[in-house]
Every structure is written in structure tokens, then in C-alpha cells.
Ligand binder design. Structure first.
Ligand code: NAD
Length: 263
């Protein structure tokens, strides 16, 4: 199926590896002109080159730190000057450190809110005016399965993503008349370095090897596997498509059926 987005400008943040990169690669494969960012210049440029080589699309990479609004503004300026106004935005940032109430120092809370909530708000503020002027836009936020079912050892992530979910649902209604959809993609467990970090954390807590923890995760999932960033990117490309114009304000789980709730 042709998703009808070839030539559109897509910005995917925090995308030198993992789920962000999976989304960028899939949007590039659909023919979008893609901008990505991460904190390390060498890594992000290399990722942009690799995605461009694989897809044949234009892909550019810049450094930006999602915890710093000044670098988000510079990123948006660079994308506008080099590729044009983003018509598709995928917001992403690294996850905050794991921990529970007993182990999380008070000063970590505000940082997590900046990283996983305010960065998305800031990016969305930056791209919406041009989307409104065009009468078309796709906003997709990478959040987490934790908005359906908070994860015990990820207090900061649970908190920040719940706030972002409330923001997204509210603006989805407001922006729908202008042809802009706003959705969240909720990863379950995908093969990325973030998951490696969480596996190490759980292994230390439960006095098991990382291999044992990974095997437990896989056998607990209905598919008996963990996801791949390309599974995730495919869902992002569909939400960005012209065909998805009637899907907005949704939280789409990409988790192999791991969440057992009805809704
Ligand atoms: P990852 O560690 O594999 O990749 C993170 C990417 O973000 C990298 O490109 C890194 O360079 C970049 N990055 C990190 N911090 C940044 C910052 N401050 N500013 C700019 N770029 C930054 O992580 P991932 O597994 O792809 O996870 C992406 C998001 O999805 C995270 O917020 C994570 O908590 C969440 N998540 C992931 C899973 C999963 O299964 N992998 C599950 C639930 C939630």
C-alpha cells in the first residue's frame, strides 16, 4: 500500500538507534525526507547516512538534547532551513533512570518531566503553526506501555508519560479540524539498548543473569519474542500515512499482545 507521504518532511527526535531510528528508517523507506537528532554528532551523522543509503531518501542528522529547550529550538531552525517545515513529527527521548519511590531522589523528578514530557510539548509547539497553515500534519509521540499499566521499577517514566498522554489527548481534539492527527505509540519490549539497561537492572535486583531475565520476558509475551525497532517503525509509518487521517487521540500498543487489559 502506498502511504501517500513520499516527499513529506518528517522529524524524528532521539533517533540514532532504537525505536526512534526504527521510525526514521520506515518513514525514509516511504520516501519521506527525514531529519533525525541525538546528542552525539558522530553517531547521529552516521545513522543518517546509513538510513539514507538503505532507503535512497534524503536523511539529515543534527545534535540536540531533548532535556534542553535551546537545542530543540536550534534543531527546529536547522530542519526548517535545510528540509522545510516538518509535516510529520515523531517525538522521542531517552528514558529516565529506573527506580522506585525509595530509590528516586527528589531532584530527578523535574529532569524526567523535562526529558519525557516538556520536550514533546516544546517540539509540538514548534511544528503546529506550519501544519495548521497547510491543513495537514501528523504528530506521533513515543510513550510506553506504562501509560496503560505502570511498570514497578520505572516510577519517573510512569509519571512523565502519563502527563504527556493527557496533553496529547487534549490537543488531538483541538487540532483535528485542521487536518492534524495526534497519536501515541506505546512500546512494550523491543530489542534496544534501553531494554538492555532495564534487563541489567532487573538481573541485579532479582539476582539472575541478564540472559535469564530476557528469556523470562520472551516466554511471558504471547508471541514468545521481543519486538524489533522495525516492527515499531512500521506502526509509526502507518499513523503518518494519508490513510490514517481518521485515527487521532489514540494510544496504540506495539507489544506483541503483552498487555492483558480489555481497553
Ligand atoms: P535507546 O536507548 O535504544 O535509544 C534512545 C535514542 O535516544 C538514542 O538514539 C539516543 O542517542 C537518544 N537519546 C537519548 N537521550 C537523549 C536526549 N536527552 N536527547 C536526544 N537524544 C537522546 O532507547 P529505545 O529503547 O529506543 O527507547 C526510546 C524511548 O522509548 C525511551 O523513552 C524508552 O524509555 C521508551 N520505551 C522503550 C521501550 C523498549 O522496549 N525499547 C519500552 C517502553 C518505553
Amino acid at each position: 500500500m502506498d502511504f501517500g507521504i513520499a516527499g513529506k518532511v518528517a522529524l524524528v527526535t532521539a533517533a540514532s538507534r532504537g525505536l526512534g531510528r526504527g521510525c526514521a528508517a520506515q518513514l525514509a523507506a516511504e520516501g519521506c525526507r527525514v531529519a533525525i537528532c541525538a546528542r552525539d554528532e558522530k553517531t547521529v551523522k552516521k545513522a543518517a547516512e546509513e538510513i539514507a543509503d538503505q532507503s535512497g531518501s534524503q536523511v539529515m542528522g543534527w545534535t540536540a538534547d531533548m532535556i534542553r529547550t535551546d537545542t530543540i529550538d536550534s534543531l527546529l531552525d536547522s530542519v526548517r532551513q535545510s528540509l522545510g517545515e516538518p509535516e510529520i513529527l515523531v517525538t522521542n527521548a531517552g528514558g529516565p533512570p529506573p527506580g522506585n519511590f525509595a530509590t528516586t531522589p527528589l531532584d530527578q523528578y523535574e529532569k524526567a518531566l523535562h526529558l519525557n514530557l516538556m520536550s514533546a510539548v516544546h517540539l509540538i509547539h514548534g511544528v503546529v503553526p506550519a501544519m495548521q497553515a497547510k491543513g495537514w500534519g501528523r504528530i506521533i509521540a513515543i510513550t510506553s506501555i506504562s501509560v496503560k499499566q505502570p511498570i514497578d521499577s520505572l516510577l519517573l517514566s510512569n509519571m512523565a508519560r502519563a502527563g504527556l498522554t493527557g496533553f496529547l489527548k487534549t490537543i488531538a481534539t483541538e487540532l483535528a479540524p485542521q487536518g492534524i492527527t495526534v497519536n501515541a505509540l506505546l512500546p512494550g519490549t523491543h530489542k534496544t539498548s534501553r531494554i538492555e539497561q532495564l534487563v541489567q537492572h532487573r538481573a541485579a535486583q532479582e539476582k539472575k543473569t541478564p540472559e535469564e531475565i530476557l528469556a523470562q520476558m520472551m516466554s511471558a509475551n504471547p508471541t514468545h519474542s521481543i519486538g524489533d525497532p522495525s516492527d515499531f517503525g512500521a506502526a509509526a509509518a502507518f499513523l503518518a500515512s494519508v490513510q490514517a487521517r481518521y485515527i487521532t487521540g489514540q494510544n496504540l500498543l506495539v507489544d506483541g499482545g503483552n498487555y492483558r487489559g480489555l481497553l
